[in-house]
Ligand binder design. Structure first.
Ligand SMILES: [Ca+2]
Ligand SMILES: [Ca+2]
Ligand SMILES: [Ca+2]
Length: 398
């Protein structure tokens, strides 16, 4: 081989190596990612987590495997990318839930709009004059810890009549369980109803209910749990296996809690102090501990979701005109704040906060708080600029 040729080959190999280095991204640190299992799962549990992961993220439905006829999206992961919050592009639209203010005939096809349809079908349209509401997809990480709590634990923060006079009166959303509901020891029925924990108005009791209705309402995929197609109202053969639903529920139960970053930073510590001082922590309850669980990795674990899972009157500015369970039109469940700082990663690089994504920054989200949170919000707006910044630095570290 000539000297020139071997030099050329050497150069080509070098270029190849260098270009590979450019293409292969540096793996992000564990605390920058939401996706991943809780620590301490057994091998069998890790396998089920993986099966659920595949069903949630990789299983894309089409008309041959049960999608539609009406649907909103083709996989769970397309709305909950990387298990994080979704972009407003994947917003769900609901309508006709404004009872008792709306005529029942205006609720036909509600509560959810299936705005896409498989070939040969017309997508659903909202009837003229019917108000509609938008919901951006929330992150789904750490939910197993919230699902593991007992109703008794949630009830300790209820103060319906605001007896302590701080202007805050969280109430639970009592939900009529679906026929397939599996009562666990941690649930405490009141007149046959159970406390809802999931969804923006806490209308889903557990992760099974949330998953079953997501397949049904978001993808038009029926199951033995919910055999009625939302579009045609006809009963169909199950289009997803029970086992797949179980695996997805297991996946949601065992997704890790988001890991905070820069916890010891002076600004973060200062912001955390302010968060408590101006009553943010009255609704966004920082710390909880799970009781015993059938998944040992979830047993007796202290975790930091920053929610009370209760409904609060958030004022007329956030009233969406829709009720759910016992939730009024102006009531919202305190959303967890863990993972908040990572939201832009799955929302196309910027923030879309609050139930419909209208807040484009953390500061805007805080300023939109009204109702029971008005005093807390006013305390925020009268903070000095440096204190505001510290608070936001803390929130970004979650
Ligand atoms: Ca179907
Ligand atoms: Ca519909
Ligand atoms: Ca109170």
């Amino acid at each position: 081989m000539s000297k020139k040729l071997s030099y050329l080959i050497f150069l080509l190999i070098l270029m190849k190596i260098m270009s590979c280095e450019e293409i292969i991204p540096v793996a992000p640190a564990e605390n920058e990612l939401l996706d991943g299992p809780t620590e301490g799962l057994s091998h069998a549990e890790q396998r089920q987590f993986l099966n659920g992961d595949i069903a949630f993220n990789d299983e894309v439905f089409s008309s041959v495997d049960g999608l539609g006829p009406g649907f909103v999206a083709t996989s769970c992961g397309s709305c909950h990318p990387g298990d994080g919050k979704g972009h407003p592009f994947t917003t769900l639209t609901r309508f006709g839930q404004t009872l008792p203010n709306t005529l029942p005939e205006l609720s036909i096809g509600g509560p959810q709009l299936q705005n896409r349809a498989i070939p040969g079908f017309e997508p659903e349209k909202i009837p003229d004059g019917v108000p509609f509401m938008k919901f951006t997809p929330p992150a789904v990480t750490g939910l197993g810890f919230l699902a593991a709590l007992t109703d008794q634990q949630i009830l300790q923060y209820v103060d319906s009549l605001d007896e302590d006079g701080d202007g805050i009166s969280g109430v639970p959303n009592y939900i009529t369980p679906p026929p397939y509901f599996e009562q666990k020891w941690l649930h405490q029925p009141v007149n046959g109803k159970i406390i809802g924990r999931f969804g923006k108005k806490a209308a889903a009791i557990d992760l099974l209910q949330q998953t079953v209705s997501a397949y049904n309402q978001d993808m038009g995929v029926t199951s033995t749990f919910e055999p009625v197609d939302p579009f045609s109202q006809l009963t169909t053969d199950p289009e997803v296996f029970d086992q797949t639903i179980r695996d997805v529920v297991f996946y949601l139960r065992t997704l890790k809690a988001p890991i905070p970053r820069n916890e010891d930073d002076i600004q973060v510590l200062k912001g955390k102090r302010i968060f408590n001082e101006i009553q943010c922590s009255s609704c966004h309850i920082p710390e909880w501990t799970t009781p015993d669980s059938d998944i040992s990795a979830l047993s007796n674990k202290t975790f930091y979701p920053y929610t009370d899972l209760l409904l609060h009157d958030m004022g007329p500015g956030l009233d969406d005109g829709a009720t759910e369970g016992s939730a009024e039109t102006y009531e919202w469940r305190t959303p967890p704040l863990w993972g908040l700082g990572l939201s832009p990663n799955s929302q196309g690089g910027s923030f879309f906060l609050m139930h419909d994504g209208r807040a484009r920054s953390i500061k805007q989200a805080i300023v939109l708080h009204g109702g029971e949170a008005e005093s807390s919000r006013n305390q925020f707006t009268s903070l000095s600029e440096t204190d505001k910044e510290a608070l936001i630095t803390f929130l970004e570290s979650l």
